[in-house]
Each structure stands twice: as C-alpha cells, then as structure tokens.
Design a binder for this molecule. Structure first.
Ligand SMILES: C[S@@+](CC[C@H](N)C(=O)[O-])C[C@H]1O[C@@H](n2cnc3c(N)ncnc32)[C@H](O)[C@@H]1O
Length: 153
C-alpha cells in the first residue's frame, strides 16, 4: 500500500484534463446524471454565497475546465481564473470566451497578482489536493494576500 504525502503532480492533472466532459474534474465513480446535478447545485450555491455579484472582481483558484468561472463571468464585472494545468485551461478557453474572463496558468502558491485586488476568491475541489503542509500554508497566505479587506473566500 502506498500513501500520498505531497501534491498531485501537474502531469496527473493533464491526464485528467483529457477525460471527457465533467469527468475532467469530477470522480469517474459518479454517473453523468450526478455530475450534472452536482455541477448545477454548486454553480447556484456559489452565486448565492457571492451575492450581490454586480461589479465584483472574482478569482477562481484551480478553475479546471472553467465550469464555475465561465458562467460566473456573465453575472459579475470580471473573473480571473488560474490553474496549473494547461490542458484544463485549453478546454476552459475553448468553452468560455467572454471579454471579462481571463484564464491564466499559475499555481496558487505563486500567483502573479498584487495585494488586495479581488472582491472574492473561490477554490472548489482544489485545496484538499495540496497535502504538503508548507505548500498548503503558502497557498492560504497567497489567497489571503489578494483579497480586498472584507472580501469573501
Ligand atoms: C478536481 S479539479 C477542480 C476544478 C474546478 N475547481 C472545478 O471544481 O471544476 C482540481 C483543479 O485544481 C488544479 N490545481 C491543482 N493544484 C493546483 C495548484 N497548486 N494551483 C493551481 N491549480 C491547481 C488542477 O489542475 C485541477 O484543474
């Protein structure tokens, strides 16, 4: 038996990015119906949690194929979405092309943003994959750093 003690390597995310539809970011154990249901429920919940969304600058950390960042950009001022996987970002860029939506390749612990620039940051199904304590702490510090005072995470 082997245990995972670090961080899922980017090669594994590239492999997952090649999976069809929502299976790039969801478990293969879920049925297509369950994938659709979870996707819709999460999209609605994020909108509810971030409301009011007008005039907000939102950062989606580990955006995957853009299933949250894409629809969100239709409801707010600007969405920036980062991911370490170029394969995930390629799919996201193919699917969502709004002018107020930017996809950037970056790791959460090395984000190229100034301090206090976002009104909200979301990270869905991402931070639990950063198991290494030091990387996890650095990631949280970076997220805190880019949030405006009073912003939502
Ligand atoms: C399970 S997927 C979830 C994707 C998206 N948040 C969603 O819910 O559809 C995890 C994503 O996090 C990305 N990721 C993993 N480690 C990361 C890191 N250190 N920085 C940025 N993105 C990362 C992966 O490439 C992958 O796209």
């Amino acid at each position: 038996m082997s245990f995972f003690v670090g961080q899922i390597p980017v090669e594994e995310w590239e492999r997952r990015a090649a999976q069809e539809d929502l299976y790039a970011v969801f478990s293969k154990r879920w049925s297509p119906t369950d994938c659709q249901r979870v996707n819709q429920e999460q999209q609605a919940k994020i909108v509810q949690l971030l409301s009011p969304l007008e005039n907000k600058d939102v950062l989606d950390v580990g955006c995957g194929i853009g299933r949250i960042a894409g629809p969100l950009s239709g409801l707010t001022r600007h969405v920036t979405a980062i991911d370490i996987s170029e394969g995930m970002l390629q799919k996201a860029r193919q699917t969502y092309q709004q002018p107020n939506l930017k996809f950037i390749q970056s790791s959460v612990d090395q984000m190229p943003f100034n301090d206090q620039v976002f009104d909200a940051v979301i990270a869905i199904f991402v931070l639990q994959h950063i198991i290494d304590e030091s990387s996890f702490q650095t990631s949280l510090k970076n997220i805190t750093r880019v949030l405006k005072p009073g912003a939502k995470f």
